[in-house]
Design a protein around this ligand. Structure first.
Ligand code: BDR
Ligand code: CA
Length: 311
Protein backbone atom coordinates (compact mmCIF):
# COMPACT_ATOMS: atom_id res chain seq x y z
CA UNK A 1 0.00 0.00 0.00
CA UNK A 2 1.08 3.59 -0.61
CA UNK A 3 2.23 5.22 2.64
CA UNK A 4 0.42 8.56 2.62
CA UNK A 5 0.24 11.73 4.68
CA UNK A 6 -2.40 14.37 3.95
CA UNK A 7 -1.67 18.02 4.67
CA UNK A 8 -5.02 19.78 4.60
CA UNK A 9 -7.23 22.79 5.47
CA UNK A 10 -10.75 21.32 5.83
CA UNK A 11 -12.64 22.76 3.99
CA UNK A 12 -15.52 20.96 2.30
CA UNK A 13 -13.61 19.29 -0.53
CA UNK A 14 -10.80 18.47 1.92
CA UNK A 15 -13.33 16.62 4.09
CA UNK A 16 -14.48 14.62 1.07
CA UNK A 17 -10.85 13.86 0.20
CA UNK A 18 -10.24 12.53 3.71
CA UNK A 19 -13.15 10.10 3.32
CA UNK A 20 -11.74 9.10 -0.06
CA UNK A 21 -8.35 8.34 1.47
CA UNK A 22 -9.94 6.40 4.33
CA UNK A 23 -11.87 4.27 1.81
CA UNK A 24 -9.00 3.68 -0.62
CA UNK A 25 -7.54 0.19 -0.16
CA UNK A 26 -4.23 1.19 -1.79
CA UNK A 27 -3.54 3.74 0.94
CA UNK A 28 -1.83 3.40 4.29
CA UNK A 29 -2.85 6.71 5.90
CA UNK A 30 -0.02 7.51 8.31
CA UNK A 31 -0.96 11.01 9.47
CA UNK A 32 -3.04 14.09 8.78
CA UNK A 33 -1.50 17.53 9.27
CA UNK A 34 -3.44 20.76 9.16
CA UNK A 35 -2.72 24.25 7.92
CA UNK A 36 -4.56 27.59 7.88
CA UNK A 37 -6.41 28.16 4.63
CA UNK A 38 -10.08 27.88 3.84
CA UNK A 39 -10.73 28.87 7.46
CA UNK A 40 -8.45 29.62 10.41
CA UNK A 41 -6.04 27.04 11.81
CA UNK A 42 -8.03 26.12 14.91
CA UNK A 43 -11.04 25.40 12.77
CA UNK A 44 -9.18 23.36 10.13
CA UNK A 45 -7.67 21.23 12.90
CA UNK A 46 -11.00 20.72 14.65
CA UNK A 47 -12.57 19.78 11.32
CA UNK A 48 -9.84 17.26 10.49
CA UNK A 49 -10.44 15.59 13.85
CA UNK A 50 -14.20 15.57 13.32
CA UNK A 51 -13.95 14.15 9.82
CA UNK A 52 -11.56 11.39 10.89
CA UNK A 53 -14.02 10.46 13.63
CA UNK A 54 -16.87 10.47 11.11
CA UNK A 55 -14.96 8.13 8.80
CA UNK A 56 -13.83 5.84 11.63
CA UNK A 57 -10.12 6.68 11.46
CA UNK A 58 -9.35 8.03 14.91
CA UNK A 59 -6.20 5.92 14.84
CA UNK A 60 -4.63 8.41 12.41
CA UNK A 61 -2.55 11.02 14.24
CA UNK A 62 -3.43 14.67 13.57
CA UNK A 63 -1.05 17.57 14.16
CA UNK A 64 -1.74 21.26 13.77
CA UNK A 65 0.59 23.22 11.52
CA UNK A 66 1.16 26.72 10.24
CA UNK A 67 -1.25 29.41 11.37
CA UNK A 68 -0.10 31.94 8.77
CA UNK A 69 1.87 32.18 5.53
CA UNK A 70 5.69 32.33 5.47
CA UNK A 71 6.09 36.00 4.55
CA UNK A 72 3.00 38.11 4.04
CA UNK A 73 -0.18 38.23 6.11
CA UNK A 74 -3.11 36.53 4.51
CA UNK A 75 -5.77 38.92 3.35
CA UNK A 76 -8.56 36.57 2.50
CA UNK A 77 -9.99 33.22 3.48
CA UNK A 78 -12.44 31.07 1.58
CA UNK A 79 -15.34 31.24 4.01
CA UNK A 80 -17.71 32.23 1.25
CA UNK A 81 -17.01 28.85 -0.34
CA UNK A 82 -16.74 26.69 2.76
CA UNK A 83 -18.86 28.52 5.36
CA UNK A 84 -17.57 30.11 8.57
CA UNK A 85 -17.15 26.65 10.11
CA UNK A 86 -15.34 25.31 7.03
CA UNK A 87 -18.02 22.66 6.54
CA UNK A 88 -20.81 24.58 4.86
CA UNK A 89 -22.44 25.56 8.16
CA UNK A 90 -23.08 21.85 8.78
CA UNK A 91 -20.22 20.97 11.14
CA UNK A 92 -22.83 20.12 13.79
CA UNK A 93 -23.78 17.09 11.68
CA UNK A 94 -20.34 15.61 12.29
CA UNK A 95 -19.38 14.00 15.60
CA UNK A 96 -17.56 16.27 18.02
CA UNK A 97 -13.88 15.32 18.19
CA UNK A 98 -13.12 13.50 21.42
CA UNK A 99 -9.35 13.71 21.14
CA UNK A 100 -6.87 16.55 20.95
CA UNK A 101 -4.31 16.95 18.19
CA UNK A 102 -0.82 15.54 18.82
CA UNK A 103 1.28 17.54 21.29
CA UNK A 104 3.79 18.21 18.48
CA UNK A 105 3.29 20.47 15.47
CA UNK A 106 2.66 19.38 11.89
CA UNK A 107 6.27 19.73 10.73
CA UNK A 108 7.53 17.61 13.63
CA UNK A 109 4.91 14.94 13.04
CA UNK A 110 5.74 14.87 9.34
CA UNK A 111 9.44 14.49 10.15
CA UNK A 112 8.75 11.69 12.63
CA UNK A 113 6.56 9.83 10.15
CA UNK A 114 9.16 10.16 7.39
CA UNK A 115 11.98 9.04 9.65
CA UNK A 116 10.09 5.97 10.77
CA UNK A 117 8.77 4.96 7.36
CA UNK A 118 10.17 1.83 5.76
CA UNK A 119 9.38 3.10 2.28
CA UNK A 120 9.26 6.65 0.88
CA UNK A 121 6.02 8.41 1.78
CA UNK A 122 3.68 10.31 -0.53
CA UNK A 123 2.47 13.67 0.78
CA UNK A 124 -0.89 14.86 -0.55
CA UNK A 125 -0.82 18.63 0.00
CA UNK A 126 -4.36 19.94 -0.43
CA UNK A 127 -4.07 23.30 1.33
CA UNK A 128 -1.54 26.16 1.29
CA UNK A 129 2.01 24.78 1.05
CA UNK A 130 3.38 26.39 4.22
CA UNK A 131 3.87 23.17 6.22
CA UNK A 132 5.52 21.38 3.31
CA UNK A 133 7.90 24.29 2.66
CA UNK A 134 8.81 24.41 6.36
CA UNK A 135 9.37 20.65 6.42
CA UNK A 136 11.75 20.78 3.43
CA UNK A 137 13.62 23.76 4.89
CA UNK A 138 13.86 22.28 8.40
CA UNK A 139 14.64 18.65 7.57
CA UNK A 140 16.40 18.58 4.19
CA UNK A 141 17.95 15.23 5.09
CA UNK A 142 14.50 13.65 4.99
CA UNK A 143 13.86 14.49 1.34
CA UNK A 144 14.83 10.98 0.16
CA UNK A 145 12.03 9.66 2.37
CA UNK A 146 9.46 11.58 0.30
CA UNK A 147 8.22 9.57 -2.69
CA UNK A 148 6.48 12.62 -4.12
CA UNK A 149 4.34 15.55 -3.12
CA UNK A 150 0.99 15.58 -4.89
CA UNK A 151 -0.17 19.19 -4.75
CA UNK A 152 -3.68 20.41 -5.45
CA UNK A 153 -2.93 23.89 -6.63
CA UNK A 154 -2.11 26.31 -9.39
CA UNK A 155 -4.02 27.60 -12.37
CA UNK A 156 -2.84 28.18 -15.93
CA UNK A 157 -5.99 29.59 -17.50
CA UNK A 158 -7.45 31.86 -14.84
CA UNK A 159 -7.76 31.65 -11.08
CA UNK A 160 -10.51 31.15 -8.55
CA UNK A 161 -9.24 33.64 -5.95
CA UNK A 162 -7.89 36.38 -8.18
CA UNK A 163 -8.01 36.69 -11.95
CA UNK A 164 -4.76 34.77 -12.20
CA UNK A 165 -4.40 32.72 -9.05
CA UNK A 166 -5.67 29.57 -7.44
CA UNK A 167 -6.47 29.62 -3.72
CA UNK A 168 -3.82 27.24 -2.30
CA UNK A 169 -0.95 28.87 -4.17
CA UNK A 170 -2.28 32.39 -3.66
CA UNK A 171 -2.56 31.77 0.10
CA UNK A 172 1.21 31.35 0.44
CA UNK A 173 3.05 31.96 -2.84
CA UNK A 174 6.49 32.02 -1.20
CA UNK A 175 5.91 28.56 0.26
CA UNK A 176 4.56 27.31 -3.06
CA UNK A 177 7.62 28.64 -4.86
CA UNK A 178 9.87 26.70 -2.50
CA UNK A 179 8.03 23.45 -3.09
CA UNK A 180 7.36 23.74 -6.83
CA UNK A 181 10.48 25.57 -7.98
CA UNK A 182 13.36 25.63 -5.52
CA UNK A 183 13.38 22.27 -3.79
CA UNK A 184 14.24 19.03 -5.50
CA UNK A 185 11.55 16.65 -4.27
CA UNK A 186 9.32 15.08 -6.94
CA UNK A 187 6.10 17.03 -7.33
CA UNK A 188 2.88 16.22 -9.15
CA UNK A 189 0.82 19.37 -9.56
CA UNK A 190 -2.95 18.98 -9.90
CA UNK A 191 -4.11 22.43 -11.05
CA UNK A 192 -7.48 24.09 -11.14
CA UNK A 193 -7.62 23.69 -14.92
CA UNK A 194 -7.97 19.95 -14.35
CA UNK A 195 -9.97 19.86 -11.13
CA UNK A 196 -12.64 22.18 -12.54
CA UNK A 197 -13.40 19.35 -14.95
CA UNK A 198 -13.85 16.76 -12.17
CA UNK A 199 -17.13 17.86 -10.68
CA UNK A 200 -20.08 16.74 -8.62
CA UNK A 201 -23.55 17.54 -9.95
CA UNK A 202 -27.08 16.79 -8.72
CA UNK A 203 -27.18 13.05 -9.58
CA UNK A 204 -23.66 12.57 -8.16
CA UNK A 205 -24.71 14.19 -4.86
CA UNK A 206 -27.95 12.21 -4.76
CA UNK A 207 -25.92 9.01 -5.04
CA UNK A 208 -23.57 10.24 -2.33
CA UNK A 209 -26.51 11.00 -0.05
CA UNK A 210 -27.58 7.36 -0.13
CA UNK A 211 -24.09 5.95 0.43
CA UNK A 212 -24.00 5.37 4.19
CA UNK A 213 -23.58 7.67 7.17
CA UNK A 214 -20.26 9.32 6.31
CA UNK A 215 -21.16 9.81 2.65
CA UNK A 216 -24.63 11.14 3.47
CA UNK A 217 -23.21 13.60 5.98
CA UNK A 218 -20.70 14.90 3.48
CA UNK A 219 -23.44 15.15 0.85
CA UNK A 220 -25.23 17.58 3.18
CA UNK A 221 -21.98 19.48 3.78
CA UNK A 222 -21.49 19.70 0.01
CA UNK A 223 -24.86 21.38 -0.60
CA UNK A 224 -23.44 24.76 0.43
CA UNK A 225 -20.48 24.28 -1.88
CA UNK A 226 -22.73 23.27 -4.74
CA UNK A 227 -24.84 26.40 -4.32
CA UNK A 228 -21.72 28.53 -4.28
CA UNK A 229 -20.55 26.98 -7.54
CA UNK A 230 -23.93 27.67 -9.08
CA UNK A 231 -23.65 31.34 -8.11
CA UNK A 232 -19.99 31.69 -9.09
CA UNK A 233 -19.80 29.74 -12.33
CA UNK A 234 -23.50 29.56 -13.24
CA UNK A 235 -23.22 25.78 -13.51
CA UNK A 236 -24.27 22.87 -11.33
CA UNK A 237 -20.74 21.53 -11.03
CA UNK A 238 -19.00 21.54 -7.65
CA UNK A 239 -15.33 20.79 -8.24
CA UNK A 240 -13.83 17.86 -6.36
CA UNK A 241 -10.43 19.59 -6.27
CA UNK A 242 -8.78 17.87 -3.31
CA UNK A 243 -10.23 14.44 -4.00
CA UNK A 244 -8.66 14.48 -7.45
CA UNK A 245 -5.22 14.98 -5.93
CA UNK A 246 -5.80 12.32 -3.28
CA UNK A 247 -7.01 9.84 -5.92
CA UNK A 248 -3.82 10.45 -7.91
CA UNK A 249 -1.79 9.93 -4.72
CA UNK A 250 -3.62 6.65 -4.01
CA UNK A 251 -3.62 5.39 -7.60
CA UNK A 252 -0.58 6.87 -9.37
CA UNK A 253 -1.19 7.45 -13.06
CA UNK A 254 -4.90 8.25 -12.68
CA UNK A 255 -4.09 11.66 -14.19
CA UNK A 256 -2.03 12.29 -17.32
CA UNK A 257 0.94 14.47 -16.52
CA UNK A 258 3.44 16.51 -18.53
CA UNK A 259 6.87 17.41 -17.11
CA UNK A 260 7.12 21.21 -17.19
CA UNK A 261 9.04 23.92 -15.36
CA UNK A 262 6.53 25.93 -13.33
CA UNK A 263 7.20 29.27 -11.67
CA UNK A 264 5.15 31.07 -9.01
CA UNK A 265 4.75 34.85 -8.99
CA UNK A 266 5.54 36.20 -5.54
CA UNK A 267 5.39 39.95 -6.10
CA UNK A 268 2.61 41.91 -4.47
CA UNK A 269 0.93 42.94 -7.72
CA UNK A 270 -2.33 41.72 -9.20
CA UNK A 271 -0.79 38.44 -10.41
CA UNK A 272 0.53 37.39 -6.97
CA UNK A 273 0.23 33.63 -6.65
CA UNK A 274 -0.02 32.99 -10.38
CA UNK A 275 1.61 29.83 -11.71
CA UNK A 276 3.36 29.94 -15.07
CA UNK A 277 4.25 26.76 -16.97
CA UNK A 278 6.93 26.95 -19.63
CA UNK A 279 6.01 24.71 -22.54
CA UNK A 280 9.12 25.35 -24.66
CA UNK A 281 10.97 22.08 -25.29
CA UNK A 282 14.28 23.45 -24.06
CA UNK A 283 12.82 25.54 -21.22
CA UNK A 284 15.25 25.94 -18.33
CA UNK A 285 14.43 25.09 -14.72
CA UNK A 286 13.46 21.95 -12.90
CA UNK A 287 10.42 20.11 -14.19
CA UNK A 288 7.51 18.93 -12.15
CA UNK A 289 4.72 16.67 -13.36
CA UNK A 290 1.74 18.82 -14.21
CA UNK A 291 -1.57 16.99 -14.51
CA UNK A 292 -3.35 18.49 -17.48
CA UNK A 293 -5.57 15.66 -18.66
CA UNK A 294 -7.54 12.70 -17.39
CA UNK A 295 -10.55 10.58 -18.14
CA UNK A 296 -12.79 13.04 -16.30
CA UNK A 297 -15.89 10.83 -16.20
CA UNK A 298 -13.82 7.96 -14.80
CA UNK A 299 -12.33 10.21 -12.10
CA UNK A 300 -15.80 11.42 -11.06
CA UNK A 301 -17.18 7.89 -10.98
CA UNK A 302 -14.19 6.46 -9.12
CA UNK A 303 -14.27 9.17 -6.46
CA UNK A 304 -18.01 8.62 -5.96
CA UNK A 305 -17.70 4.84 -5.78
CA UNK A 306 -15.00 5.04 -3.19
CA UNK A 307 -16.99 7.41 -0.99
CA UNK A 308 -19.93 5.05 -0.73
CA UNK A 309 -20.20 2.63 2.15
CA UNK A 310 -20.72 -0.83 0.78
CA UNK A 311 -21.06 -2.56 4.14
C1 BDR B 1 -8.45 24.65 -3.35
O1 BDR B 1 -8.77 25.76 -2.50
C2 BDR B 1 -9.58 25.35 -1.44
O2 BDR B 1 -10.65 26.22 -1.26
C3 BDR B 1 -10.03 23.94 -1.75
O3 BDR B 1 -10.14 23.19 -0.55
C4 BDR B 1 -8.94 23.40 -2.63
O4 BDR B 1 -7.89 22.84 -1.88
C5 BDR B 1 -9.08 24.89 -4.70
O5 BDR B 1 -8.57 26.05 -5.27
CA1 CA C 1 -8.11 22.35 0.48
Amino acid sequence: RTPLVIDTDPGIDDAVALLLAANSPEVDLLAVTTVFGNVGPEVTTANALRVLRLVGREDVPVAAGAARPLVHPMLHRAEEWHGGDGLGGQSGLLPEAVRAPEPVGAVELLATVLRGAERPVTIAAIGPLTNVALLLASFPGLKPKIARVVVMGGAFAGGNTTATSEFNIWSDPEAARRVLVEEDVPVTLVPLDLTLRCTADGPWLTALATGGTAAATLAKVMEHYRNRYLEFYGEDKAALHDSVAVLEAAVPGTLRTTPLPVDVLCDLGPARGATIADRRLNAPGRRIDVALDADFDAVKATVLNRLLDRA
